[in-house]
Design a protein. Structure first.
Length: 280
């Protein structure tokens, strides 16, 4: 990660070659009567195989960063690169799970999960579609709901179906925007552990947006703390907790509590500033 004046814990976070790089990025959005700066001068390097969490107050530009990496939004100034090349259109090399599940309402769970075979998977991979879909549905805890439509599922179940749909085509990079926000506390811990096991086994690169400091510490190698809007980087902190990790037991350790407390010390003033600033 790159940021002048950053504070960080010492420890062994993953430090592969840079995969995603933002250099002096500025993002402005035009409203009816003014221009709102969402992101202001962000420079950030994320390594291949690393797990990076972005935290900060609402409206600070975290999701904007994901949209730029996914190629859905161009910066007003600065550059965004992936594998050393500018991101200048939809980035088909990433799997992106947005806050909304975007399931197709006319398709069943298994058809929604299997849509990747129609859009993204090579023809040689399509022969094992049924087995892959069944395996992924079971992995996210939706076995028995294969024939259900999205309208027949709870919010948490829809999130799990969307996660299965993204993971089934085995992207090397995951962009996750509050992926577990709709889940209850117990299921969230289970899904966090499933994600960690999948990432550790595959070596995937992950960028996670979350409002939950405990989730960030449980999952990430590095946590990037954003300021209130316009979003700048206040701190980048390593989370050198050994892997494999179990989020259900990790939270009872001193190291976990120390990391959460240090991050909250960075974030507390930014949350207060965001609450005191009128939204656009």
């Amino acid at each position: 990660m790159h940021m002048s004046g950053q504070t960080a814990f010492t420890g062994a976070a993953k430090t592969g070659p840079t995969l995603i790089s933002l250099k002096d990025v500025v993002v402005d959005f035009a409203t009816r009567d003014r221009v709102v700066r969402a992101v202001d001068g962000i420079s950030l390097d994320m390594p291949e195989g690393g797990f990076t969490a972005l935290v900060g107050p609402s409206g600070c530009g975290k999701s904007t960063v994901l949209n730029m990496v996914a190629g859905l939004l161009k910066p007003s100034a600065g550059s965004v690169t992936f594998e050393g090349r500018p991101v200048d259109g939809p980035n088909t090399r990433v799997g992106y799970m947005t806050q909304k599940d975007t399931l197709l309402p006319w398709r069943t769970v298994e058809d929604n999960v299997g849509i990747a075979f129609e859009l993204r998977c090579r023809r040689s991979e399509r022969g094992d579609k049924a087995a892959r879909v069944a395996e992924m549905i079971e992995r996210v805890g939706l076995k028995g709901f294969e024939k259900h439509f999205p309208s027949e599922l709870s919010g948490g179940m829809r999130k799990r179906a969307a996660l299965a749909r993204m993971l089934i085509y085995k992207p090397s990079t995951l962009l996750l925007d509050e992926p577990f926000g709709a889940l209850d506390a117990q299921l969230r811990l289970i899904m966090q552990k499933e994600l960690l096991e999948l990432v550790d086994a595959s070596g995937m690169t992950v960028v996670l947006v979350t409002h939950d400091l405990e989730e960030a510490v449980s999952l990430a190698d590095k946590v990037v703390v954003f300021t209130s809007r316009p979003g700048r980087i206040r701190a980048v902190r390593d989370i050198p907790i050994p892997r494999p990790r179990d989020p259900a037991t990790l939270r009872f350790t001193d190291a976990f509590r120390d990391h959460c407390a240090a991050l909250w010390d960075e974030l507390r003033d930014e949350v207060a500033a965001a609450m005191a600033t009128p939204h656009a």
